[in-house]
Design a protein around this ligand. Structure first.
Ligand code: 8YV
Length: 322
């Protein structure tokens, strides 16, 4: 019988689907990933694994898993997986595109407005009993309407973000590896060189995946070029940002604030300097975290596993660009 490893606790209704045909080993802790040692041990005789971004799939894992046929990643991003190595060993890698697009764009939008209108500071202000009077510029923030918004990464999530901006009377610019006609013609997004995007945007939203091209893309010179009242939002991957450069930019007031749903090291260390700044909002990587969307992501992983183990093409295989 094929053995499926599930590295995170997922609802029983999905496990039951897999158990109809396979032996399933699920890690049972709700908020802790399966320890690496245990993962390496259990994958030895597995034919399929259901993983999240907490699991790094490298040569150690692949060498350990001679029977593995499919790796189903519960994420659209797959920078945690050495995809070319897996594919060179005949292992199919799948991800969860499309099903999480709208939920992730919504979170990005929420984060942008939260930083712009200083919502976290305002809430703390009330909770701490500091609200003793009204003042003309009390917690005054930044308007989104009439602003210039720059989107870095015009994939599905970038487009869903641009669509949401339509109601806010903003000027939308974008930069992407390739031009996106749909974004230009249907969403009115203007393609600009990267330098133009960072120099002229009031809000800069990063939705980019982590690749060799995007790693550390937002570094010191980039933050220096931004407007001093710019707000930077990252819902892509943490390593697209040089965090030291971001901290310097905030401390030197080269930018006005930031909102991050993703960090270089997750979970963040409590001593991280970004946690001490009022104009920074950090979220624990919850971009796709609505119950409906998480259900859809899990179901897609289950479907991909089932299809590959039945010698059918998966619904959403990861395909590397040439
Ligand atoms: C995932 C994400 O929930 O899809 C992605 O790439 O970042 C999130 O939606 C997270 O990566 C867990 O695997």
């Amino acid at each position: 019988m094929d053995k499926v490893i599930v590295t995170r606790k997922i609802p029983q209704k999905f496990i039951e689907q897999l158990e109809q045909s396979y032996e399933v080993y699920m890690w049972d802790e709700a908020y802790e990933p399966m320890p690496r040692d245990q993962f390496l041990e259990s994958i030895k005789d597995a034919t399929a694994c259901f993983i999240t971004l907490s699991e790094k799939i490298d040569d150690t894992v692949i060498d350990q898993a001679p029977n593995l046929k499919v790796i189903a990643n519960m994420a659209v991003g797959f920078d945690n997986i050495d995809v070319s190595l897996a594919q060179s060993r005949g292992i199919v890698v799948t991800n969860t595109p499309k099903v999480l697009t709208e939920t992730t764009a919504e979170l990005g939008f929420t984060l942008m407005l939260t930083v712009a209108r200083r919502i976290v500071e305002a809430e703390h202000y009330v909770q701490q009993g500091d609200w003793q009077s009204w003042a003309p510029y009390l917690l005054a923030g930044k308007d989104l309407f009439n602003s210039k918004v720059g989107i870095y990464g015009m994939g599905d999530i970038g487009k869903a973000f641009a669509r949401r901006l339509k109601g806010f009377n903003t000027q939308v610019m974008y930069h992407n590896r390739t031009r996106n006609r749909h974004a230009e013609e249907k969403l009115g997004a203007l393609y600009v060189p990267f330098d133009t995007l960072i120099e002229h945007s009031d809000f800069i939203i990063c939705t980019a995946p982590l690749t060799e091209e995007t790693r550390n893309k937002f570094d010191k010179p980039v933050f220096e070029k931004m407007k001093s009242d710019a707000i930077f939002i990252n819902i892509g991957r943490g390593a697209v940002v040089d965090e030291k450069a971001l901290i310097d930019a905030l401390q030197n007031k080269e930018i006005a604030g930031c909102g991050l749903d993703v960090l270089r090291k997750e979970p963040i260390d409590m001593s991280h300097p970004l946690l001490k700044m009022d104009n920074v909002v950090i979220l624990p990587h919850i971009g796709s975290a609505s119950v409906t969307t998480r259900d859809r992501m899990v179901q897609l992983c289950v479907d991909n596993i089932t299809r590959v183990l039945n010698n059918q093409p998966p619904k959403t295989p990861v395909q590397l660009d040439d």
